[in-house]
Design a protein around this ligand. Structure first.
Ligand code: TYD
Ligand code: MG
Length: 456
């Protein structure tokens, strides 16, 4: 038995050090170094033999490299294709992160069952094959060329890959795997790094796309070393509130496409269903005479979506007024309330304010500001607003109504969804041809103008 070799790894960024250090010199975090055994004997074991794939490339002159437009593999899922930038690229390594229970395994299994004419290899390290097959039954799709394996050792997985020669490999999840070439436990930084490295080499050499499911940490980042995100070609984030049915798939990194596309799904009894017209579902059916409800014309990625915001303002029952916000930044809500208090004289400091974005969706488009402010005012005054009006503008600290980007896209979406008018900033109207639209365009410059238009 050789010497035990170990090193210290930063659990935040994956940096390595021969001895313990308090502050990571690479990412600046404190107390993140943990000792991990790397290998027990001196020689580096070749993890597995990939020589059956292809001889190693030799250097080529850049002008002589032949290329064709990358042929993309159609995933049979419009939302996923869109987020990937037009389909799966052969030889690409894709990482899908998301909270537990959000639907990562479901999404990947659907992909495995839907894909046409390709042999798919789905490796599960977390659930049994029976569980996967049960899930496949719920989804109700069949793919006669889809193989499931319950395995966590990459050496064994690659042996099966060599025999099966799949056209697509799915790993559920990268944290569950371990490789013999490193002795630390599964899920540790060095294991994740090495396992991902092995699949990276395999994907590049064989031209087979590999999809890795990754866990996320409490803070919402992908668990494992930051280097994992550098290694892969595409990072997809699957998000949403588990108590609601909507899920959003975003690319946070994509070497083969834009990162501004999003995919929207609805979790149903039979798996995830693509949502092609999200606005229709996010606006709830309601009676006309409820106060505190407004519709915002927002842009998620590059898709316009109409979203309902609901506010409840009531006199504080206890000493300190409560502020609570779901789907919208609580600090931003406090700022908007302060603007209303200071610039327009509403005494909101003594009121409880609750804000909710319908559908469990998180919005960070600043254009939702105006809808939030109007919902708060509508609830405060207990005056319902016209359900046929929607809003899109940012609010500045001095109470000005500021312009937002992609204004025409928002107007068109509002018109498409049957709204009669849209309230915008008067500073963003340059180049907007009002005669083009049937929807009435109202433009205001300050909160006070908006208030006198809506409430007086
Ligand atoms: P899962 O894909 O296992 O999530 P993850 O792999 O991200 O941890 O499933 C997420 C949830 O979805 C689970 O609580 C059950 C639910 N679900 C449905 O509602 N309908 C379905 O058809 C399936 C397969 C799952
Ligand atoms: Mg899972």
């Amino acid at each position: 038995m050789g010497k035990v070799k170990s090193a210290y790894f930063c659990q935040n960024c994956g940096a390595q050090s021969p001895k313990w250090i308090g502050k990571c010199p690479s990412c600046g975090e404190w107390n993140t170094y943990i000792e991990e055994v790397i290998r027990r004997d001196g020689d580096y074991k070749q993890a597995h033999d990939l020589s059956y794939l292809k001889p190693i490339d030799k250097p080529q002159l850049i002008n002589e490299i032949e290329w064709t437009d990358t042929i993309r593999i159609n995933t049979s899922d419009d939302e996923l294709n869109r987020v990937l930038g037009g389909g799966l690229v052969p030889g690409s390594l894709v990482l899908i992160g998301g909270e537990p229970g959000i639907g990562k395994s479901t999404l990947m299994l659907q992909l495995a069952l839907n894909i046409k004419n390709s042999r798919v290899f789905y490796v599960t390290g977390e659930e049994s094959s029976q569980q996967i097959s049960l899930r496949a039954k719920r989804i109700g799709k069949e793919n006669p060329d889809c193989y499931i394996l319950n395995e966590t050792s990459t050496q064994h997985i690659f042996k099966h890959i060599e025999r099966l020669r799949p056209k697509l490999v799915i790993i559920d999840s990268i944290q569950a795997l371990h490789t013999d070439s490193i002795d630390s436990s599964a899920g540790s930084i060095s294991q994740i790094k090495e396992c991902a490295g092995e699949f990276h080499r395999y994907a590049k050499m064989s031209g087979t796309p590999v999809l890795l499911i990754g866990h996320i940490t409490k803070e919402g980042g992908l668990a494992g070393p930051k280097i994992l995100e550098h290694m892969v070609d595409t990072v997809l984030q699957f998000e949403g509130d588990r108590n609601y049915v909507f899920r959003i798939l975003r690319a946070t990194k994509n070497r083969f496409g834009s990162t501004s596309e999003i995919g929207i799904y609805e979790m149903q009894q039979t798996g995830l269903k693509e949502v092609s017209n999200p606005s229709e579902i996010l606006i709830s059916q309601r009676d006309n005479n409820l106060s505190g409800i407004t519709i915002a014309a927002t842009i998620e990625g590059i898709r316009p979506i109409l979203i309902e915001t609901q506010a409840l303002v009531s006199t504080a029952a206890y000493g300190t007024p409560q502020r609570s916000s779901t789907g919208f930044d609580a600090r931003r809500l406090n700022m908007l309330l302060a603007v209303l208090e200071k610039r327009s004289g509403f005494r909101l400091g003594v009121k409880d304010v609750f804000l909710n974005i319908a559908g469990g969706i998180k919005v960070d488009d600043p254009a939702i500001d105006l809808a939030v402010v109007c919902a708060v005012l509508s609830s405060n005054e207990d005056i319902p607003l016209d359900p046929n009006i929607c809003f899109a503008a940012e609010i500045g600290l001095s109470g000005e109504v500021r312009a937002v980007n992609r204004i025409e896209q928002r107007i068109m979406e509002a018109e498409k969804q049957g709204f009669k008018s849209i309230l915008l900033s008067k500073f963003g109207m340059k180049g907007v041809n009002r005669n083009k639209y049937k929807i009435e365009i109202i433009d205001k410059g300050s909160i006070d103008d908006v208030i006198s238009y809506l409430f007086r």
